[in-house]
Design a protein around this ligand. Structure first.
Ligand SMILES: C[S@@+](CC[C@H](N)C(=O)[O-])C[C@H]1O[C@@H](n2cnc3c(N)ncnc32)[C@H](O)[C@@H]1O
Length: 161
């Protein structure tokens, strides 16, 4: 999830849906010291957990649909990278659209978006709908090989705006 981003060139990055903060911790290890980074987590309980795990990270308790407002609060206009743990396959189409439309307002052209999905999730129509939308929103979309050792097996979408 984190390795594909050229972190040495990142001035600003966001994590969507950090959950328990596993990716947050990995991002902190590779993030250049002078760059801006924050996370957006809808659940207050999980936001508190991420703050506990990574005290130096700003976590907005909000939905990623409001990413523009979060960027304003952090005094960032555009970001270079978005690392995402959102469960897209469980989102209705209107929510997928709102989240992606808002993302396009802050992810710079050439910026990178990385998001994981569970292999079994491909049985869900919403997962394929999300996959098709990626082609509409991004110049380049690739899918990593499935990581069978992950429980459950998962893969990563790597997208360039
Ligand atoms: C699959 S979990 C993330 C897993 C995480 N990478 C971890 O290691 O724990 C998805 C997270 O996205 C959050 N989430 C779901 N919809 C959201 C939204 N619209 N805006 C922000 N966070 C959201 C959930 O609260 C949850 O914490």
């Amino acid at each position: 999830m984190v390795a594909w981003i050229p972190w040495d060139q990142v001035q600003a990055a966001i994590e969507y849906g950090p959950g328990t903060g596993v990716f947050t911790q990995a991002i902190k290890q590779v993030l250049p010291g002078q760059s801006t980074f924050f996370a957006i987590e809808r659940s207050p309980e999980l936001a508190a957990l991420v703050r506990q795990r990574c005290p130096s990270v700003t976590v907005y308790e909000d939905t990623v649909e409001n990413v523009v407002a979060c960027c304003q609060l952090s005094r960032v206009q555009q970001v270079d990278a978005i690392v995402c743990g959102l469960p897209w396959a469980s989102f209705p189409e209107t929510l997928q659209d709102r989240c992606l439309d808002a993302m396009m307002q802050v992810l710079r052209p050439g910026g990178r978006f990385v998001s994981f999905a569970y292999w079994q999730g491909l049985a869900l129509p919403a997962a394929w709908r999300f996959r098709r939308k990626l082609d509409d929103y991004f110049q380049q979309v690739e899918r990593s090989p499935t990581v069978w050792r992950n429980v459950p097996p998962a893969f990563v979408y790597r997208c360039v705006r």
